[in-house]
Design a protein around this ligand. Structure first.
Ligand code: LUZ
Ligand code: MOS
Length: 751
C-alpha cells in the first residue's frame, strides 16, 4: 500500500494552506520583523505605512486583547515585540491589507528606530556571560572521577555540530476564518493543532472552545512546525479577531528562513577513558546548546541530547551536562532527532579519537561496547530486547562488510588522487516523548451505514504516511479493505488535547487508540451478529475479509449488510478511545527512570570516495540494517529510512548555516544554503529489515520510524574522515560538522 496522498501529490491536487480558496473580503497579512539582533525599540511610526493604498490596519503588541505570550514550556516568548527585540526576524507588527502586494509595500514604509544592545551569537560566549535559558542539567551514573585511574587511555577534545534548516517544501502559514458567536477557525500548517488552539485562546483572552484548528496535511515539517507553527496561526487569528475578516498569512521562503529557528548548533567538550581492549570505562561530556533568543523547545531538546549521549553503548560511568545558552538568534527548535543526533555525534567523535590513541579502528571499540539485554541505560532504564548486536552482526554478514573493506583498501592501494573511506554507524533511539505526560492520544471512529469508515485522531499527516498507517491498523482490526477507510483531517473539535505529531510516536499512539476504538465497535458488532445469525453463546464469531464467520466457517452475512442491520437494530457504530503509553516514568529530581516505551536500533555501513585535489566527495553506498519491528507498511518505512538518512547526511556534510557576528543569517537563500539533491545522495542505498524484532508497544508489533534513520547520516562524516586519514595517515584532523568540501580541502593541506 502506498502513501494515501501519492496520486494527488503527483497530480498537483493535494491542498496546502496556500491553495485554499479564500472567502470574499479576506485580508492578507505580512509580518514586519526586527532588523537588528538585540536592542530597544525607541520609536515606531506607522503613519506612512497606514496610508498605503489597500492597507486595512497594522497591529502591534498593544492590540493584543489577552496575554502577549506564546512560550510553550517557558513563558519567555512574546507574540509581538513590546519594548525590546532579541533576534533578527522577531515579529514586531503585522500589516493587514487587501492584497499581499499592498501589505508588503506598507511593511516597507514602517519607520522604526532602535537603540542597539550587545549581541551574542556564540553559546560559549553566552555561557561566560551567564546568559542561560535554564540552569545546567546533569545526568550521571557510576563515578567518572573514580574511573579515570583505571583507564589505559584517556582522550579528550572539543567538537562542534552545526544548525540545520528544516526546508519543508510548504513554508509556514495559516488561514483564519471568523464565524458566528466569536468563533475562529484556523487552518494551520502545524504539527500541533492543540498548541495553536491553546496559545490563540490565551492571546485573544477567549476560551479554547472558541478556537477550532483544522489540519488537512502539511507539506513537510521535520520538527519545524512542532512549536514554531504556532506564532503564524495566532497572528492570523489576531487579525481576524480585530478585523472580523478572514486573514491569510503565509511566509515567503526568505521570510521563513529569516524568522524561524533551526536545529540547535552545539559545541561540546568530551573526555573518554578506556581499557586496552577498547572497553569504554568512563565518559564525561558537556554540551553547550545554542538555544537562540527564547526557550521554545530547547530544554526538551537538550534533555534528549543527554538521553542519547551514550548512543547504543553501555558505559558504566557517565557524567553528561547540558547547558542551554541564550543567544540573539531566532529560537532554535525541534528537528528530526530532537537533540539525539547532536549527542550521538559527540560520542562517535570521542570513539574515533580513542581508536587513534589505542591503535584500533573505531569499529573495534564500537562493536565491543554495544548494549546488551542484561545492561541498563545510564539514566536507569533496563535494556530490553536490544537489537544493537543483532543489527550490527546482521549488517556485517548481510552486506559482507569484510568484502567492502577489502574493496576500499584495494582501491586506496591503486589510487593516489582519490581515496575511499568506510564507517559503521550504530543507532539507538528512545521512543516516547521524554515529557511523560505527552504520551497520550485518542481516536474517534465512525462506521457509516454503508459500511465505510471515517477516523479522526490527533495525528497530523505531513508526508510521513501516518494516515496510511492508521488506516492499516483499522483495516486489520475490522478485517475490511483499506479502501473503505478514510482518515479525516486533524481537527480540535473531533479530537481534543492532542500531543504534537512528533517524537516518532504518532503512528504508535494514535494507531493504538484507533485499534482500541475499532475494537469497541467490533465487540458490539460481534454480539449483534451472534443474535442475528442465531449462533450459540459459545460460538466464535469473527469478521474476516468483510465476511462474518461462525466457528471459522463463512456465514452469508457481509460486512456492509451487518452494518446496515446493526443500524436498524440501534447498535452504536461510533466509538472514541484513549491510549496512554504504559510503564514510562522519569524522576527529574535525580534524573533517573524509564522514560521510553522502547528503543529503535540499527546499523549503517557507509562508503565514500574522496577527491584529494578538490576536497569533494561522493557516497558510493549506504547499507542499512534497520529494526522495523513488524512493519505496518514497508514502502512507507523504507521511504522514511531513505529520507532520514539523506537528511542526516545533509546535516553532516553540505548544510552550513552561517550567521554574521551581528546575528544576520548569511545562508539566507537556497543559493547559499545547499541541501542534498539527487546528485549528492548516495549512489546506492540498501535498506534491509532486521529479523526477529518484536514490539508490544506498537500497533501490530510495528516500531516507530520517523526520526531514528536520520542518525545513520552521522556515518557520512566518519566515512569522509576515514578517507582523509587514508589519504594522509599521519595527520591529525581537527574537523567539525558539517564537513563541507571546503573544510575537507583546507584540513588536508593545512600545515
Ligand atoms: N518533541 C517533544 C519531540 O516535545 N518531546 C520529545 O521528547 C521529542 N522527541 C523527539 C521529537 N520531538
Ligand atoms: Mo519532532 S523533532 O518529532 O517534531
Amino acid at each position: 500500500m502506498k502513501n494515501f496522498d501519492a496520486i494527488s501529490h503527483i497530480k498537483g491536487k493535494s491542498l496546502y494552506i496556500d491553495d485554499y480558496p479564500l472567502p470574499e473580503g479576506s485580508l492578507y497579512a505580512v509580518v514586519f520583523d526586527s532588523t537588528i539582533a538585540h536592542g530597544k525599540i525607541v520609536s515606531l511610526n506607522l503613519d506612512k505605512a497606514n496610508s498605503v493604498d489597500g492597507v486595512f490596519t497594522i497591529l502591534t503588541a498593544k492590540d493584543i486583547p489577552g496575554e502577549n505570550q506564546i512560550g510553550g514550556i517557558i513563558q519567555d516568548e512574546t507574540l509581538l515585540a513590546e519594548n525590546e527585540v532579541h533576534f533578527i526576524g522577531e515579529p514586531i507588527t503585522i500589516v493587514l491589507a487587501n492584497s499581499i502586494g499592498a501589505a508588503r509595500k506598507a511593511a516597507k514604509e514602517i519607520n522604526i528606530e532602535y537603540e542597539e544592545l550587545p549581541v551574542i551569537t556564540d553559546p560559549r560566549d553566552a555561557f561566560a556571560k551567564n546568559s542561560l535559558i535554564v540552569p545546567p542539567i546533569t545526568f550521571s551514573s557510576g563515578n567518572v572521577n573514580a574511573a579515570w585511574n583505571e583507564c589505559e587511555t584517556i582522550v579528550n577534545g572539543t567538537i562542534d555540530s552545526g544548525a540545520q534548516e528544516h526546508l519543508y517544501l510548504e513554508t509556514q502559514g495559516a488561514i483564519s476564518i471568523p464565524s458566528e458567536g466569536n468563533k475562529i477557525k484556523i487552518i494551520s500548517s502545524t504539527q500541533s493543532p492543540t498548541a495553536v488552539q491553546r496559545q490563540t485562546a490565551k492571546v485573544l483572552g477567549v476560551a479554547m472552545h472558541q478556537i477550532e484548528i483544522d489540519v488537512l496535511r502539511l507539506g513537510g515539517a521535520f520538527g519545524g512546525k512542532e512549536d514554531q507553527a504556532t506564532v503564524w496561526g495566532v497572528l492570523s487569528a489576531l487579525g481576524s479577531y480585530t478585523t472580523g475578516k478572514p486573514v491569510k498569512l503565509v511566509l515567503s521562503r526568505e521570510e521563513d528562513l529569516r524568522m524561524t529557528g533551526k536545529r540547535h548548533p552545539y559545541t561540546s567538550d568530551y573526555k573518554m577513558g578506556l581499557d586496552k581492549e577498547g572497553k569504554i570505562l568512563a565518559y564525561e561530556v558537556t554540551f553547550y546548546q545554542n538555544a537562540g533568543a527564547v526557550a521554545d523547545l530547547s530544554t526538551a531538546v537538550l534533555e534528549r541530547t543527554l538521553f542519547h549521549a551514550t548512543n547504543s553503548y553501555f558505559i558504566p560511568n557517565v557524567k553528561a551536562t547540558g547547558i542551554s545558552c541564550r543567544t540573539n538568534l531566532p529560537p532554535n527548535t525541534a528537528f528530526r532527532g530532537f537533540g539525539g543526533p547532536q549527542g550521538m555525534f559527540v560520542i562517535e567523535t570521542a570513539i574515533e579519537k580513542a581508536a587513534n590513541s589505542l591503535g584500533l579502528r573505531a569499529y573495534d571499540i564500537q562493536k565491543i561496547n554495544l548494549l546488551k539485554d542484561d545492561q541498563h541505560f545510564y539514566y536507569g532504564q533496563d535494556v530490553e530486547n536490544s537489537q544493537a548486536v543483532n543489527s550490527w552482526e546482521s549488517a556485517e554478514t548481510h552486506f559482507n562488510s569484510k568484502n567492502l573493506l577489502e574493496e576500499v583498501n584495494e582501491f586506496n592501494d591503486k589510487n593516489k588522487l582519490f581515496k575511499k573511506g568506510l564507517s559503521f554507524m550504530p543507532i539507538c533511539f528512545g521512543i516516547s516523548f521524554t515529557s511523560s505526560f505527552l504520551n497520550q492520544a485518542s481516536a474517534l471512529v465512525h462506521v457509516y451505514t454503508d459500511g465505510s469508515v471515517g477516523i479522526s485522531t490527533g495525528a497530523v499527516e505531513m508526508g510521513q504516511g501516518v494516515n496510511a498507517k492508521i488506516a492499516t491498523a483499522a483495516s486489520k482490526t475490522f478485517s475490511i479493505n483499506v479502501d473503505k477507510i478514510k482518515v479525516e483531517s486533524t481537527n480540535t473539535t473531533r479530537v481534543a488535547n492532542a500531543s504534537p505529531t512528533a517524537a516518532s510516536s504518532a503512528a504508535d499512539m494514535n494507531g493504538n487508540a484507533t485499534v482500541l476504538a475499532c475494537n469497541k465497535i467490533l465487540d458490539c458488532l460481534i454480539q449483534f451478529a451472534k443474535k442475528e445469525l442465531d449462533a450459540k453463546q459459545n460460538d466464535e464469531i469473527a469478521i474476516i475479509n468483510e465476511m462474518v464467520f461462525v466457528n471459522n466457517e463463512a456465514s452469508s452475512l457481509r460486512w456492509d449488510e451487518l452494518i446496515g442491520k446493526a443500524y436498524f437494530n440501534r447498535i452504536s457504530l461510533s466509538a472514541q478511545a484513549y491510549y496512554r503509553t504504559p510503564e514510562i516514568h522519569f524522576d527529574r529530581t535525580i534524573n533517573q527512570g524509564s522514560p521510553f516505551a522502547y528503543h529503535v536500533y540499527g546499523t549503517a555501513i557507509t562508503t565514500v570516495t574522496l577527491d584529494i585535489i578538490r576536497g569533494t566527495y561522493k557516497f558510493d553506498s549506504v547499507k542499512v540494517m534497520h529494526d522495523f519491528g513488524k512493519s505496518l507498511n514497508r514502502n512507507i518505512d523504507i521511504g522514511q529510512v531513505e529520507g532520514g538518512l539523506v537528511q542526516g547526511i545533509g546535516w553532516m556534510t553540505l548544510e552550513e548555516i552561517k550567521y554574521s557576528s551581528d546575528g544576520r543569517l548569511l545562508a539566507n537563500a537556497l543559493s547559499t544554503y545547499k541541501v542534498p539533491d539527487i546528485y549528492s545522495a548516495p549512489e546506492n542505498i540498501e535498506v534491509e529489515f532486521l529479523d526477529n524484532s518484536e514490539n508490544r508497544f506498537g500497533p501490530f508489533n510495528s516500531k516507530a520510524i520517523g526520526e531514528p534513520p536520520l542518525m545513520y547520516g552521522i556515518g557520512a562524516y566518519f566515512a569522509i574522515l576515514d578517507a582523509m586519514k587514508n589519504a594522509k595517515p599521519n595527520k591529525n584532523f581537527e574537523l567539525s560538522s558539517p564537513v563541507t568540501p571546503e573544510k575537507v580541502l583546507m584540513a588536508l593541506y593545512e600545515k
